[in-house]
Design a protein around this ligand. Sequence first.
Ligand SMILES: Cc1cc2nc3c(=O)[nH]c(=O)nc-3n(C[C@H](O)[C@H](O)[C@H](O)COP(=O)(O)OP(=O)(O)OC[C@H]3O[C@@H](n4cnc5c(N)ncnc54)[C@H](O)[C@@H]3O)c2cc1C
Length: 468
Amino acid sequence: MALYSQPQQLNVPKQTSHPVDFVIVGAGLTGLSCAIALRRVGHRVQVLDRSPTLHMTAGGARVPPNMSKILYHWGLEEEVRKISFKSRAIHLLLCESGEHLGKHHWDEEMLKEARGDFVAVYQRDLRKLLYDTAIAKGANVRLNTPVKSVDPDSRTVTLMSGEVIRADIIVGADGVNGVTRPLLTDEPHGQRGALNMYCTTIPKEKILEDDDLKFFYTQKPAAMYSWWGDGRIVLTYPIAKTHDIGMYVYGPWDGQESTWDKTVSARGMHEILSNCEIRLRKLGRLAEPPTCVNSREYADLEEWVHESGRLVLIGEAAHPLPAGAIHMGAMGVEDGAVLAKLFSHLRTDDQIGSFLWAFQDLRQPRCAAVSKKETGDIHFMTFPPGEMQQYRDNAMRAKRDAGIDALASTNEHEESPEWEEIKEMFAYDAEDEADNWWVEWGLLRERARGVDTGFHMDEIVVAHEVSN
Ligand SMILES: Cc1cc2nc3c(=O)[nH]c(=O)nc-3n(C[C@H](O)[C@H](O)[C@H](O)COP(=O)(O)OP(=O)(O)OC[C@H]3O[C@@H](n4cnc5c(N)ncnc54)[C@H](O)[C@@H]3O)c2cc1C
């Protein structure tokens, strides 16, 4: 059978000819995205989560273009717009003095090329959207269903209730503290990191009551703000249609550590802000009760696929990023999109292992590059006073005084390496990468196995155009 002999309709992905049963452990952003993606290509999906409800603490998250483009491709553009706010620039300042070091505009041309937007949302709104979509697409999402253990060899998942669920493929999307990660590493929990990150939001009406803080709404275009200091960072971004402000506050580990689902006392956050400029101290006082997550350091997992060839880890369970990283949600959504693209080609059970390892091959370099960049950015923003910090600040001041965007090059004929790197991360199209893998390697493997793929170059071109 010719794999691409039937032209597909726009936005209707290729359907598997061999639907199988996936069980996804974890209904966070990653697990739910994966459920949507797998349902779109015709597999049967069950998602299990221990949380009794979808309720989340009042935290926000940034959605970069490489993530929003996937959600748009899945038909969710209008829904994402309803729950998000689009920032058009970022301002860079110093924590202690409040000095404005510069700004950078997210250039429209870049966003057009990336085919996505840079927006911010309440985590809970995005999770609800993904949950509703997964259900609408036919996934069986079971909340209040804690998983006790997973046995990849027998392909079973045992619930705390004693119920045993059998699947063809088990997907571990249960984050860093789940039950699947320990099946692939002896050190699932990593080492405590030097920084704690407090995550909170501040309602718009409270900000408008303070003359020092009104600039969030009077300055145009609406922007994110990033304050840098000695071992500390404050990031703010407008979220949701309410235009509330999301805030991440990084500072030295202070003995307080919790998980994303529990709020803590704001004492530690106020302590970090205590030597910052007045506007930050005021924001801290107006903030909702924060969550506090340590920026733990994790060794890279060598394998994301269990030797049985029936369990794969995705999202934070496979490749944790520093808390509050820009791409934290994006990497999980990309994972789900890639996994489903590969499994849209499933015709027989004996392809399962090779598709899972292809997934690992595709995703590991991308996630490692993103992790390196995010970790490097945190280091750059938290330089202690000294030569490096002075060099950084003076370089920014020079651009600011020359009227040049902070990430722009001083040479008008080329782009700065920093901006090129960011553009590349935003332009990345996970689904295209999976299609490319299929055309370059998947079909060859099929032919090596004696399968009559019957493909022709023009059909491959059609497939690429349709999937875009
Ligand atoms: C409750 C919560 C609130 C968050 N709030 C924010 C925020 O405000 N801002 C921000 O930037 N990031 C937040 N994050 C982090 C961010 O959402 C994730 O890091 C990122 O989206 C990728 O997550 P993930 O889906 O891979 O893993 P996670 O978000 O960690 O999701 C893992 C899921 O697996 C479930 N799970 C774990 N163990 C089991 C088990 N044994 N049985 C069944 N289910 C299990 C968990 O309940 C959870 O829903 C939050 C995460 C959580 C879980």
